[in-house]
Design a protein around this ligand. Structure first.
Ligand SMILES: *Cc1c(COP(=O)(O)O)cnc(C)c1O
Length: 425
């Protein structure tokens, strides 16, 4: 068998003196202090991702609105607010989190296909930058609410460009088969309709074609359609001043290339460089995925037929992506494997009573024993935010590392916390 052991391929994660570290902190030290499982994030890795985007896009004057749904931990949102990011939200709850983190309302973009009247009212009350409207019925609801509370709603129309993002079907959003946006062919009519309403200030269009996109071609097709629609809108004598280009920039889960941001920037420059609109983008995964990981401990080993299982203390409720999307997260042993050790084939599984509670089969790990720690890498995005308390498991702790410091940024949400909602009613 191969002895090419799995090793971190992302920055700020690596071995030092035989120990896996995040920045300058040994993972085992965090585990010792707080217990397992936990999510861990590198603040420096997050800052560097924002800086990388800023540098690539520096001549384009693009506002980065971080997609809160990728990871909404308050400390991470504060960090991103501090880096000057706006926020892209998809619910009233995310608005609450963004505002609590100190995000100015004027930097919040409210996306989402099913906003309730209460969420619309709250957004207008706080004065968010814009509501991204996904249907004519939603436009009607916004009109109604805006009139009721005596406000003018600033909106953009989310258009479905009918472009295949060439990614996983469950994270494709920009084809005519998806529930998202207003059909491209109906967008001009909807824009004119919105422009005719006194309580609506329609200022632009938005697109978001999917997630984990690693090829610029779908972006080029989308931006060309956006440019065309912008021209069509202006040709009708209507004004348009904002374009929201969505998120979706892919990352590297396995060491292969993620999105090339310079190629993305070039595509943007070539298609929309002289469009004379304010530009916004909404990256989530790109900013946070590689900066985060899940640390878990081996509870048991067992052999079943020819298969070898390692049962760990993290499960599908903590990190749902493998069960939901067949995603594979790389697994890195916390103790560096000895060069001469043999790799074994092992199924890494959690304790939850579902056969889908598996992180996958790996053939690049050393033999794992009870008590060994492993890290599931590239788990900063759509990890903690998708977690649940299935099997009455707690929501796990989150730890933020910066340099040689680390701190708890979410304590465990225990079964006692849960019972408070159900007792003495
Ligand atoms: C989910 C989402 C994003 C972020 O997607 P990533 O792939 O994480 O960059 C951006 N905009 C909208 C409207 C979304 O729904």
């Amino acid at each position: 068998m191969t002895t090419e052991f799995s090793r971190p391929h992302v920055t700020h994660f690596g071995y030092k003196n035989g120990e896996l570290t995040v920045e300058k902190v040994a993972v085992s030290a965090i585990a010792q202090q707080y217990g397992t499982p936990f999510y861990v994030y590198s603040a420096t890795a997050i800052r560097e991702r924002v800086a990388q985007l800023r540098t690539a896009l520096s001549d384009l004057n693009v506002q980065i609105c971080y997609a809160v749904k990728a990871n909404n931990n308050l400390s991470l949102l504060k960090l991103l607010v501090g880096e000057g990011c706006g926020m892209d939200i998809v619910s009233g709850g995310e608005m609450h989190r963004a505002l609590t983190a100190g995000s100015p309302a004027e930097k919040i973009v409210f996306s989402g296909v099913g906003k309730t009247d209460d969420e619309i009212a709250a957004a207008l009350h706080h004065g968010v930058h814009q509501l991204n409207v996904e249907s004519v019925e939603e436009l009607d609801a916004i009109s109604r609410v805006a009139k009721q509370i005596g406000k003018v709603a600033t909106i953009v129309l989310r258009v479905n460009p009918d472009v295949d993002a060439l990614t996983h079907p469950k994270i494709t959003t920009g084809t005519s088969k998806n529930k998202f946006g207003i059909a491209y062919s109906e967008a001009l009519k909807a824009y004119a309709d919105a422009a005719a309403r006194a309580e609506i200030n329609v200022v632009g269009i938005a697109v978001h074609i999917g997630s984990q996109i690693t090829d610029v071609t779908p972006y080029r097709q989308t931006f060309e359609r956006v440019a065309q629609l912008t021209k069509d809108i202006r040709a009708k004598g209507l004004t348009i001043s904002r374009l929201d280009l969505g998120g979706g920039l892919g990352v590297s889960y396995d060491g292969s290339a993620g999105m090339d941001v310079d190629a993305y920037a070039r595509t943007l420059r070539e298609t929309l460089g002289d469009i004379d609109c304010e530009l916004t983008m909404e990256p989530g995964r790109f900013i946070i995925a590689e900066a985060g990981a899940l640390v878990t401990k081996v509870l048991y080993g067992k052999n079943q037929g020819n298969a070898k299982f390692s049962i760990v203390d993290a499960a599908m409720n903590d990190l749902m992506r493998p069960a939901l999307y067949d995603a594979i997260h790389p697994v890195w042993p916390v103790r560096e494997p000895a060069a001469e050790a043999d790799a074994v084939r092992v199924n890494l599984v959690g304790p939850v009573c579902e056969s889908s509670d598996t992180f996958g089969e790996f053939d690049n790990l050393p033999a794992l024993e009870r008590g060994d720690l492993v890290m599931l890498g590239v788990a900063g995005a759509y990890g903690a935010t998708m977690s649940s308390t299935y099997n009455a498991r707690p929501l796990i702790q989150e730890v933020l590392v910066e340099g040689d410091h680390y701190k708890l940024v979410r304590r465990q949400w225990t079964v006692e916390d849960a019972l408070l909602l159900e007792q003495d009613l």
